[in-house]
Ligand binder design. Structure first.
Ligand code: G3H
Length: 242
């Protein structure tokens, strides 16, 4: 029998937000307290982590990337230990925007996963195929390979996998819930004991069907996490269905 895992809702603010947006974070923190059956996290720009931690002690705060080394001559980078010290307890790794903008490959991402776990951070590892791979019917192969190479054996409750088809991010297109369910099954068969999230253009409108039929444990939400009302609506639909 498969044990039900606690639902997890993660917001990713990407390179958005400054001190003026702390009230949004506080509103999300309050909503999270009212929905104790769902774990809620916000992955923020590093500049906001300590202020968000102070403003919302109950909310899980995450970073959006970390270096594979604990310290060193790496101008502009941030280590997992630094994120932890600032107040983060999880980190997103392998997001397709990091793979695209910084040419991150699976071996580097695996090293970052190891560094994050060694620093005591939970990890949300992002995987997903491009539009080209999707059109060619290679989604399952691509995701299986990314999982195997980027995780390098890491598994268990400190890891969540976000299935984010690259072609669904930042637009208004999502896969059918049945397609998400198939990929969630593949991920579950490849890695044990992890929570599985779907990410890519999630909204309060499409979230219910994806959550109900997608075989997932939650969402990784981009744009709609910058809008406290929309993010709370997604949280509410997960809570209702749990
Ligand atoms: O990390 C979040 C994803 O890239 C999804 O972003 P989006 O919800 O704006 O499409």
């Amino acid at each position: 029998m498969t044990m039900a895992l606690r639902p997890l809702l993660v917001g990713n603010w990407k390179m958005h937000g400054d001190g003026r947006n702390l009230p949004i974070i506080a509103a999300i923190g309050e909503a999270a307290q009212r929905h104790p059956g769902v774990d809620v996290a916000l992955c923020l720009p590093a500049t906001l982590i300590d202020r968000a931690r102070d403003a919302c002690p109950g909310l899980t705060i995450g970073g959006q990337d970390c270096h594979a080394e604990p310290s060193g001559a790496h101008t502009g980078d941030i280590s997992a230990l630094m994120l932890r010290e600032a107040g983060a307890s999880l980190v997103l790794l392998g997001h397709s925007e990091r793979r695209r903008d910084h040419h991150e490959g699976d071996a580097l991402i695996a090293a970052k996963v190891r560094a994050a776990r060694a620093a005591g951070l939970d990890v949300v590892l992002c995987v997903g195929e491009t539009a080209e791979d999707h059109a060619a019917g290679r989604s399952a192969d691509v995701v299986r390979e990314q999982l195997t190479r980027s995780l390098a054996g890491a598994n268990g409750p400190g890891i969540a996998i976000a299935y984010e088809p690259v072609w669904a991010i930042g637009g208004d297109r999502t896969p059918e819930p049945t397609e998400v369910e198939m990929m969630a099954g593949l991920i579950r068969d490849t890695v044990s004991g992890v929570r599985i999230l779907y990410g890519g253009s999630v909204t309060p409108d499409n979230g219910a069907a994806l959550f109900e039929q997608g075989g997932i444990d939650g969402f990784l939400v981009g744009r709609q996490s910058l809008d406290a009302g929309a993010f709370k609506a997604i949280l509410t639909l997960m809570f209702r269905q749990h």
